[in-house]
Design a protein. Structure first.
Lengths: 219, 78
């Protein structure tokens, strides 16, 4: 979510958000929906196969949240409670879809995440070490300033990841959920979340490396 | 000194390292390796930077149509 919305939601706090939702305050609803729908869409997409269905899941979840707000007991964060409802709604939709739920959150990908050609072969005295000239090099101080172009590239790369890696990286690194929560919401294990996170992050890093090296090469 | 940790192995351990799910022995081996390997130190820094950039991404929201429908439904709640 954009920083100002995030600040506004954080400033209100759960107690105030619940109070306003109970009062059916539309301004608060209009603040919360864009704040949390992106992360909810990611949760939904972990269970249903189409974006249109995921949007329906999120719509249905919001209405359930508002209708059922008295059921929030404050034992978790409000967002956590909302995401759990979203996962439940998504699971029901996923089951009723004619397809089995999306392939292989249970089947971690395999194989190296970095081009094996960058490492010395087994018969080399420094087997497994970076090949000279192919080791990662510091991207320089400018890289620490996250420009719009870099963000755009990473967003693009995120969209191009295999779906299950994209959802895990988004939930963990874009939206900041802990791995345990990601695992619970996507009905998988923390171990599997870490495997998907590992592969997704490696692919994104490679895209940024390609970008930064192109930039350096042009100077 | 611990057994050499090949760089090829470090890159596959980087997520466990950052997620702090390594046992102490392996963690020590990784840190020993990082202390003496510029390439792997750079790789770790790049993964961290990737995570930082990801944290600034604005993920896709509901479509305007879906939001309009939802708002209408909200207004229609009793």
């Amino acid at each position: 979510m954009d920083p100002t919305t995030e600040q506004a939601v954080a400033a209100l706090g759960d107690v105030e958000l619940v109070r306003r939702l109970r009062d059916r305050d539309e301004r608060t609803f209009a603040l919360l929906v864009p704040a949390w729908s992106p992360v909810m869409l990611r949760v939904a997409l972990g269970h249903v196969s189409s974006r249109a269905t995921a949007e329906e899941v999120v719509q249905e979840t919001w209405l359930a949240v508002v209708r059922g707000i008295d059921g929030f007991e404050g034992r978790s964060a409000l967002r956590t409670w909302v995401l759990r409802i979203c996962a439940n709604v998504a699971r029901r939709r996923g089951v009723s879809e004619s397809r089995v739920r999306p392939v292989g959150l249970h089947r971690p990908d395999e194989g190296p995440t970095v081009d094996p050609g960058r490492f010395r072969p087994p018969d080399d005295p420094y087997a497994g070490g970076w090949v000279h000239g192919r080791a990662p090099v510091d991207w320089g101080p400018e890289a620490r300033a996250v420009t719009g172009e870099v963000r755009r590239r990473l967003t693009e790369a995120l969209h191009e990841l295999p779906a299950r890696q994209a959802h895990v990286v988004a939930l963990r690194d874009v939206h900041g959920l802990e791995s345990a929560e990601v695992a619970e919401l996507l009905d998988t294990t923390e171990g599997n979340v870490r495997v998907l996170l590992h592969r997704g992050r490696a692919a994104l890093r490679q895209r940024l490396e390609d970008y930064y090296r192109a930039e350096v090469g042009e100077r | 000194m611990s057994d050499r940790l090949p760089c090829r192995d470090f890159v596959e351990l980087v997520t466990d390292y950052l997620e702090n799910t390594m046992d102490a022995t392996l963690r020590a081996r990784v840190e020993d390796h990082l202390a003496e390997c510029e390439g792997c130190s750079a790789y770790l820094a790049q993964i961290r930077l990737t995570i930082d950039v990801a944290g600034t991404v604005e993920d896709d929201d509901l479509s305007p149509q879906a939001w309009a429908e939802l708002r209408a439904a909200f207004r229609g709640l009793d």
